[in-house]
Design a protein around this ligand. Structure first.
Ligand code: KIV
Length: 264
């Protein structure tokens, strides 16, 4: 049965964890979907992973639409989430227009990076039938404001603010929250504070779902390997088995383990 936003809500209500992965093409999306991964993200990480840029900023709407349509063709029942690329939601009008393009290409939900300034945009999108995931914590489109890729929410003031933003964005209509690179205790507090499913990457074991970049979990990352990554292909020579092992480990909450987690 196809995964929907209701499926993710049910996971949260039952206290069960769901698995998400990035994917950018039809073949991988079919394999990922058939392995039981619940959510496929066409992340703007494709700017780094596929295109070789040093950030996600150069990714365009046309490129996102192309990759979403490739993934939609291969998908076998996973929920398809598409990133809105840098500056494609700078105004409410541009957000509506660009989200509509991603939905027409086959997305079931869009993901936006930012904080409380996105409230009006999220309300406008969700009122017009576009489900939204709000990405908080380390939001890579803000790399030049952050001065690097750094763990966010480490001090209590920043932690309180992130909790407040998550609650405000949920109240504005966000259907899901994604937390990237935040201390595990903060991610646990946010997951409890909101009813919406919370997906974590580098956010510890207590979020409602986990996500990784596909190339990272297959051990083919070039350059520095982030702390929160585990290579699931290290213990098998089958991509399919590696993907199934990831889904199982997330479901059992054996991944992420302590060595993949940031402390307060
Ligand atoms: O672009 C992406 O792949 C992402 C994940 C790292 C969550 O946003």
């Amino acid at each position: 049965m196809a995964v929907t936003i209701n499926t993710l809500r049910e996971f949260k209500q039952k206290g069960e964890a769901f698995a998400a992965l990035t994917s950018y093409d039809a073949t991988f999306s079919q394999v990922v979907s058939e392995a039981g991964v619940h959510v496929i993200l066409i992340g703007d990480s494709l700017g780094m992973v596929l295109q070789g840029h040093d950030s996600t900023l150069p990714v365009t709407m046309d490129q996102m639409v192309y990759h979403v349509s490739c993934v939609a063709k291969g998908n076998r029942g996973s929920l398809i989430m598409a990133d809105m690329p840098f500056m494609s939601y700078g105004t409410v009008e541009s957000a509506l227009e660009n989200a509509a393009e991603l939905m027409r290409a086959g997305a079931h939900m869009v993901k936006l990076e930012g904080t409380d300034w996105m409230k009006e945009t999220i309300t406008a999108l969700t009122e017009r039938a576009v489900p939204v995931c709000a990405h908080l914590g380390l939001t890579p489109q803000f790399v030049n404001k952050f001065g690097g890729y750094k763990v966010q929410g480490r001090d209590e003031k920043a932690a309180e603010m992130m909790i407040e933003h998550a609650c405000e964005l949920e109240a504005a209509g966000a259907d899901a929250i994604l937390l990237e690179c935040v201390p595990a205790p903060l991610a646990a507090r946010i997951s409890q504070a909101v009813k919406a499913p919370v997906i974590g990457i580098g956010a510890g074991p207590d979020t409602d779902g986990q996500i990784l970049v596909l190339h990272d979990m297959l051990g083919i990352t070039t350059g520095r390997k982030p702390r929160f990554v585990k290579n699931f292909l290290a213990e098998t020579d089958s991509v399919q088995e590696a993907l199934q092992a990831y889904v199982k480990a997330v479901g059992e909450r054996s991944f992420p383990a302590e060595e993949h987690t940031f402390k307060a």
